[in-house]
Design a protein around this ligand. Sequence first.
Ligand SMILES: CC(C)(COP(=O)(O)OP(=O)(O)OC[C@H]1O[C@@H](n2cnc3c(N)ncnc32)[C@H](O)[C@@H]1OP(=O)(O)O)[C@@H](O)C(=O)NCCC(=O)NCCS
Length: 336
Amino acid sequence: MYNSRITGLGKYVPENVVTNDDLKEWMDTSDEWIQERTGIQERRWIDPETSDDTTSIMGAKAAKIAIERAGLTKDDIDFIVFATLSPDMYFPGGGVRVQELLEMDTIGAIDVRNQCSGFIYGLSVADQFIKTGMYKHVLVIGSENHSGGLERSTRGRAVTVIFGDGAGAAVLSREEDTTRGVLSTHLHSEGKHAKELSLEGPSTGRWVDAIMEDNDPEDVSYYPYMNGQFVFKHAVVRFSEAIIEGLKTNNLQKEDIDMLIPHQANLRISQFIQKKFGLGNDQVYNNIMRYGNTTAASIPIALTEAWEEGKIKEGDNVVLAAFGSGFTWGSAIIKW
Ligand SMILES: CC(C)(COP(=O)(O)OP(=O)(O)OC[C@H]1O[C@@H](n2cnc3c(N)ncnc32)[C@H](O)[C@@H]1OP(=O)(O)O)[C@@H](O)C(=O)NCCC(=O)NCCS
């Protein structure tokens, strides 16, 4: 048996900064409202006038950095796991585009569709492939282009102000020492709440021609929908459960957490979890202030920044936790 270990991390965010005040161009909102409820000050949105970035392109850019930092080349990678809710195309997924963009050999590529939990699901998939000995180096990417699909109007403001674009990537490599690396991952879902945070059409449940035919100005089925308070209430419970489950599995106490990287859903959720687990400001990493919620990209972007800032050291117990649409949630316990 082997473990998997993160050997390289990378991130990429579009250049275009959109502040809370900038959003007033499209909707009735305020910096005060957004900061008070979510902690967000600004986010990155691809500017199609000045940039060719797409979900796959951003993912490939982050992946390139992660591969270099792992001391590897693209030819060393055995498999791609790509997590997103905003693929360039309805099908195929983004993984195959990364294979093409990075000019990789014809290695396998799988897409993970678990929204805000996407990176943890992807990490778990990669970890299993490495633990069984099938692959040696697996690339895990989380990337999102939200800005193209958000409703830029007062009607859509409760959702639109929260989400941002960006990508993060990690290389998972075989580790012979099974006391380090990814110690365990824990995945959960509860599909009965699928509609509470969802985008209905276009899909096989609501094809494009049905949407066009209705031509209903009140139809919002092709914009993301979120029952904000319902999501919030479930998030705080499930985040905590997933962290406790991970700690218990590894006989760790909350005092053993050196760094918690929560999915950046809302600063208030992170602060609630921090308080609940009695963690100091240096034990929880947040960057939602600068990027908003980047869904599958949020954990790998935050992990990359925490590592770049020297906040994660060898031997640290690093905990990743996420909750989101599905509902899906999960955690990963890593001995760095
Ligand atoms: C989205 C969220 C910030 C909204 O906060 P909230 O306190 O629940 O706010 P509500 O939706 O009840 O709206 C309160 C009021 O603010 C208004 N409002 C909503 N969005 C606004 C905005 N961007 N700017 C200004 N006012 C806004 C509403 O219209 C409402 O007005 P009313 O009282 O006159 O009807 C909050 O519910 C949340 O963070 N939920 C969890 C989201 C999350 O984590 N999602 C990702 C999961 S992975």
